[in-house]
Design a protein around this ligand. Structure first.
Ligand code: ATP
Ligand code: MG
Length: 808
């Protein structure tokens, strides 16, 4: 078996996989098998006798973890693979924090604040402090706090740091105080934002040596993919877990470091070797993903960056075709070029829709492609738009769930205290917040104990507040006795949400109703899958909330056939591969992003981003740009991206205009005119014939980019912006949930026959929760439940019908 695994690797990969004596670092170019090395190393460790639950693998998305787990399952058997500890930093550490919450002063039922919650809290604080929100823009203050956290800069330390001095220079001296208040408020609300999931884990291990030791013992080997994009907090946690034994392997590519805005540092790869004294460095150079010409073209681009570790990436795959550059007249035409190409290539290569990816710099660029694909009947799938859980009606329901699971949750409280309307207005909410601040307690505490925390409100208002409190308390009592679906259903029915949403009959109302139903169906599916597949512990609302909070847009899966063209940002495409890749919108004001052209450092990161985009392609890589683009409500003239000129011209085939280069003939040309002509009404722009301007300027425009400032002399008639159709919501817990869940979730051990005559006081070993003692057994037959105190996982109730564990 061992031999077989290693045979699927080249020599350099094999050496990297086999080395397990100490810390190792694999630095290699795109497509050279870094992820493959990690995958096979895990399989190798299992073959060497390591237990799956001792292996911790951290990936960039949960989806990546799932795919890796699937692959390992195929190599060493599913039984082994299912117990591996895999996921993103956030999901793995959120689970640990639930277990250890009390050690850092939190309750185990803490809420995870998403970005909207975090910004809303920052905004509230800015307002309370009487600061000007034009100087203290909530989103930029929130970003600054987030960045500080990713550098493990806690509020008090921040105040004394160069960061605060820098804020003062920027005339925003209060940021440190906002940060301090923000941290206090999160604590009062028993809430952690996404960054806290890292910061608090680090604090936990830093302050509790015993706890750290426990996890050092638990994780015999730690592996990290995409190490170039980890930030200081993430690296520090990995170090806390591995510094003594040095059983750690990280893989990355400095040329693909694209997350510096979130605190990732390209130098972290280099620091690794100074952190771990005897770390071994492995390099891989053969790219297995792309054709030779794609690899060479990508190399020629990245060579323009000064800051990089030199590499010689080569491919022995087929020679292939050059990168194609297809300039378009307008954004609409660009979309048409792409869809025409997709149809043509699909016929030619006889491939699937899902073999095509359209990658763009920012999410808003997806619109024109969506429109065109809808017209052409091409199935597509957008990653990273407005996710299902960001929809208002879903967020409202989740806010109820959150408040019931954690009544101190301030953001949830504010969202639903008067939704559906129950006569508690903003003034009253303001008073509750003020009182809470005066006493340093949560909003919920204020309404729960009106005698202790008196407020100046009328008797009638107080009655309304108390009715709300009773409503919530009724559900809190049932939180640990009713499963997530039963309770969730009851909340939707009896909170007034159902009545509110089902009162309207217009298409928007109907879409909200459908979403709500899909959501409920999702909870039901979640509960059933967990019961069946999991360890038989009853599934409560907080379990569902935990899963929802940690889902990223990239993890969502809409459950129907996956044969669809994929649309996503380049950032989201990291690590993925597709036979055909379109990199669109290669213009000066888009790619590089105008926000990132101020320094060499930023520009180099944008160039790396394009390198990531091009290296996703296996066979065909097509770049497009539009000369005119409808943006910010008007038509804008744009020049091609400077990066196009960085690519070796020998490796780039420029289609001088969409109609040229043979691939887009006259009939299509006509189609463009008709198409755009319709949109503009006349087919002329700025007083001269558009097509003549187009034809005369195509090639010249490519060669001599004009300054962006020279826009249209005469304003073109603004075309109506087609409203974005509501997308079909993507519910990750939808029909496909079982498949997705089964792939990530750890599975039960073989059922032990003695489980049925389980006694109180028995010691058991449970695959997910570890060793524990049975403290109580209740119910009979099908409904027998055992309460077990686990050494590391706290107290759990197990439904014996499903529970699979070993008595020890
Ligand atoms: P990226 O930098 O984009 O994350 P990577 O270095 O992680 O890329 P992989 O995704 O592991 O590269 O590998 C790229 C492709 O090449 C995959 O399809 C992988 O299965 C294939 N591949 C890698 N090594 C080999 C090999 N030795 N034999 C056959 N195929 C390989
Ligand atoms: Mg990879």
């Amino acid at each position: 078996m061992n031999i077989d695994i290693l045979r699927e690797l080249n020599d350099s990969q094999r050496v990297a996989v086999e080395y397990c004596d100490g810390a190792s670092l694999v630095i290699a170019g795109a497509g050279s098998g870094k992820t493959r090395v990690l995958t096979y190393k895990i399989a190798w460790l299992l073959e060497q006798g390591m237990k799956p639950w001792q292996i911790l693998a951290l990936t960039f998305t949960n989806k990546a973890a799932r795919e890796m787990k699937d692959r390992i399952g195929r190599l060493v058997g599913e039984e082994q693979a299912r117990y591996l500890q895999m996921g993103t930093f956030h999901s793995v550490f959120a689970r640990i924090l639930r277990v250890e919450a009390d050690k850092i002063g939190y309750n185990a039922n803490f809420t995870i604040y998403d970005q909207t919650d975090a910004r809303s809290l920052v905004k509230t604080i800015i307002k309370e402090m009487g600061l000007d929100d034009k100087v203290y823009k909530p989103s930029s203050v929130a970003d600054r706090i987030s960045l500080a956290k990713n550098h493990l800069l806690l509020p008090q330390a921040y105040q004394q740091s160069a960061w605060a001095a820098d804020d003062a220079t920027q005339k925003r001296p209060q940021v440190a105080n906002i940060y301090i208040r923000y941290a206090e408020r999160c604590r009062q609300a028993n809430a952690m934002d996404f960054d806290d999931l890292l910061v608090q884990t680090w604090v936990l291990f830093e302050k509790n040596e015993e706890v750290r030791q426990k996890y050092v013992e638990k994780f015999g080997f730690v592996l990290v993919d995409e190490y170039q994009d980890t930030n200081y907090a993430q690296q520090s946690i990995v170090y806390q877990l591995t510094k003594e034994r040095q059983k750690v392997c990280v893989v990355g590519d400095d040329a693909q470091s694209i997350y510096s805005f979130r605190g990732a540092n390209i130098d972290n790869i280099l620091n690794f070797q100074s952190q771990y004294n005897n770390a071994k460095l492995f390099k891989l150079e053969q790219n297995y993903r792309s054709t030779q010409l794609i690899v060479q073209a990508a190399n020629s681009l990245i060579r323009r960056n000064e800051r990089q570790i030199p590499k010689n990436v080569f491919s022995k795959n087929e020679h292939g075709e050059k990168l194609q550059l297809k300039p378009a007249y307008s954004d609409r035409e660009e979309a048409l070029i792409v869809t025409q190409d997709i149809k043509k290539l699909k016929r030619q290569d006889n491939c699937n829709w899902s073999d095509f990816a359209i990658l763009y710099r920012t999410n808003s660029q997806s619109r024109s492609f969506e429109e065109q694909m809808r017209k052409d009947g091409i199935p597509y799938r957008i990653y990273g738009g407005l996710s299902f859980y960001q929809r208002k009606e879903i967020k409202d329901v989740i806010a109820y769930f959150r408040l019931i699971a954690n009544p101190d949750d301030e953001e949830a409280f504010k969202r639903i205290i008067n939704y559906p309307a129950r006569g508690i207005g903003d003034t009253t909410v303001g008073k509750i917040i003020q009182t809470a601040q005066a006493y340093g307690v949560s909003l919920w505490r204020v309404i729960k104990d009106p005698v202790l925390f008196p407020m100046d409100v009328s008797k009638g208002t107080m009655t309304k507040i108390q009715n709300f409190r009773q409503l919530i308390e009724g559900w809190i009592e049932r939180l640990q006795t009713e499963d997530a679906y039963t309770l969730g259903h009851d909340i939707i029915m009896n909170s007034g949400i159902s009545k509110d949403i089902y009162s309207g009959r217009n298409p928007e109302d109907i879409s909200r109703q459908e979403n709500l139903e899909e959501f409920l169906g999702g909870i039901q599916d979640f509960v059933e899958s967990r019961r069946e597949e999991d360890m038989g512990d009853e599934v409560y609302l907080p379990d569902f909330l935990q899963e929802v909070a940690l889902l990223t847009d990239l993890d969502s899966d809409d459950g129907d056939s996956n044969d669809k063209v994929v649309l996503m940002t380049v950032h989201a495409a990291k690590g993925l591969e597709f036979p055909t890749v379109f990199v669109v919108g290669l213009e000066e004001n888009i790619f590089p992003s105008p926000m990132c052209t101020n320094s060499m450092r930023e520009l180099e990161e944008e160039r790396r981003l394009l390198y990531v985009a091009i290296t996703r392609a296996e066979k065909h890589c097509i770049l497009t740009c539009a000369q005119n683009r409808f943006r910010y409500g008007r038509m804008e003239y744009d020049t091609p991206s400077r990066f196009i000129r960085d690519i070796d011209p020998e490796l780039l085939q420029v289609h001088s205009e969409a109609g040229g280069a043979g691939s887009f003939g006259a009939p299509q040309r006509k189609a463009y005119n008709r198409y755009d002509g319709g949109a503009y009404g006349t087919g002329t722009t700025g007083g001269y014939s558009r097509s003549s301007r187009y034809e005369s300027e195509g090639p010249e425009w490519m060669q001599n980019p004009r300054p962006v400032a020279t826009q249209f002399k005469a304003d073109p008639k603004p075309r109506a912006v087609a409203p974005r159709q509501p997308e079909k919501p993507v519910n990750p817990f939808g029909a496909n949930f079982k498949r997705v869940y089964n792939a990530v979730a750890p599975r039960p051990m073989a059922s032990d026959p003695s489980a049925s005559d389980l006694r109180e006081g028995a010691r058991i070993e449970h695959m997910r929760f570890g060793v524990g003692t049975v403290v109580r057994i209740e119910g009979t037959g099908e409904n027998t439940k055992a309460t077990v105190e686990f050494t590391n996982a706290g107290t759990k109730q197990l439904l014996l019908k499903f529970a699979k564990f070993k008595v020890i």
